[in-house]
Design a protein around this ligand. Structure first.
Ligand code: ATP
Ligand code: MG
Length: 333
């Protein structure tokens, strides 16, 4: 294998938002030319928290939207392989072969799984959800991914993958590279509610596909410092989502520093801080909107990328599974 590989992706549960962008997509855009890049549409992972028929029926629409969002964010379609996880049954084979390399208590200590169970309204942990990091290890290792850019909620899963890869290599010989986590500068972006991380399911998102007016409406309705009742009352910048977004998306650092200074001193109103954020966010989103328009005009592009990318990835995964079975001595003889 000559060029190192990157593997990332998302669950096809809806459109991508600013949290996905800062947590992972910004690094995908930055790195995808340097690595051979695989982008998973993780529908089997979706099933761990959403497995009603209505959810599954939305996968193909959501998958197209997701790929469109990633391309609009700046990934070159000629330099990326997109694939649908459930269309590659060999990923399941690898999952089965890897699942004895990690213990139940180790998985029970992964913090994001309990959160996901709770957020999806499950009273008890489904077996598949406990195994989420093992399936993710199969995703990464099936294409021998070496770099994995993810946000905070996914970092512990990549750690499990590293342990599984090392354990496999130790027991059966060097087959897998131990993948490296590419952390984000903003590992967890707060939602517009100022309470929870930005999340599709909580309705506290600003989408990469939102139009300028929607962005304005959302920002003007955002929570700020709850203790600040008037513009001349000194406000708190820390933990204030409006300033978190200024930090992440406003390239005019001087303006941000000036706004923070005046906010702390009680010399600027929420409206001005928000107005400036609307401008910054729409400037950030404008090139994404332009690229989106071009991608949407190219009819059939996204479908073709998913179909061809899935075929290509399936060939890779088949090879890996053969190699794994050989290393383990499972030759069927
Ligand atoms: P959501 O969290 O919106 O419900 P999801 O859990 O389905 O979406 P994932 O597919 O799990 O999203 O996440 C895709 C990537 O985006 C992961 O690397 C994850 O860490 C990152 N990510 C998701 N939300 C945020 C956020 N608010 N801040 C930073 N990174 C995020
Ligand atoms: Mg998540």
């Amino acid at each position: 294998m000559s060029v190192a590989r990157m593997l990332t992706g998302d669950r096809p549960t809806g459109r991508l938002h600013l949290g996905h962008y800062v947590g992972s997509i910004v690094n995908r855009v930055r790195l995808h030319q340097r690595y051979e890049s695989f982008f998973i549409i993780a529908d089997l992972h979706m099933l761990t928290t959403r497995n009603r028929r209505e959810d599954i029926d939305q996968v193909s629409r959501n998958a197209r939207d997701m790929v469109t969002d990633i391309l609009a964010a700046g990934v070159d379609p000629a330099r990326a392989t997109f694939y649908l996880q459930s269309a590659i049954p060999e990923v399941g084979d690898l999952n089965t072969l890897l699942q004895n390399l990690v213990t139940v208590p180790r998985l029970e200590r992964v913090p994001s799984l309990k959160e996901m169970a709770r957020d999806s309204g499950k009273e008890e942990m489904p077996y598949g959800l406990l195994g989420y990091p093992v399936l993710q290890a199969a995703d990464i290792l099936c294409v021998k991914g070496q770099v994995v850019p993810v946000g905070k909620d996914n970092a512990a899963h990549v750690e499990v993958t590293r342990e599984i890869a090392r354990r496999f290599n130790h027991l059966y010989g060097e087959v897998f590279p131990v993948p490296e986590l590419i952390p984000s500068d903003t590992p967890s972006l707060v939602g517009t509610d100022g309470q929870h991380k930005m999340s599709k399911s909580r309705g506290n998102s600003i989408l990469l596909s939102d139009d300028p007016e929607t962005v304005r409406r959302t920002v003007m309705g955002m929570y700020t410092d709850p203790n600040r009742v008037r513009a001349d009352v000194p406000g708190t910048v820390e933990g204030n989502p409006v300033f978190a977004y200024h930090d992440a998306f406003n390239p005019d650092r001087e303006q941000v520093a000036d706004l923070k200074g005046r906010y702390r001193a009680g010399r600027v109103g929420d409206v001005e801080v928000k107005e400036k954020l609307v401008v910054a966010l729409n400037r950030f989103l404008d090139p994404i909107r332009e690229r989106r328009a071009r991608i949407e005009a190219d009819r059939g592009l996204v479908d073709q990328l998913i179909v061809e990318g899935t075929e290509r990835t399936r060939r890779e995964v088949r090879q890996t599974v053969v190699e794994v079975r050989r290393a383990m001595g499972l030759t069927g003889a």
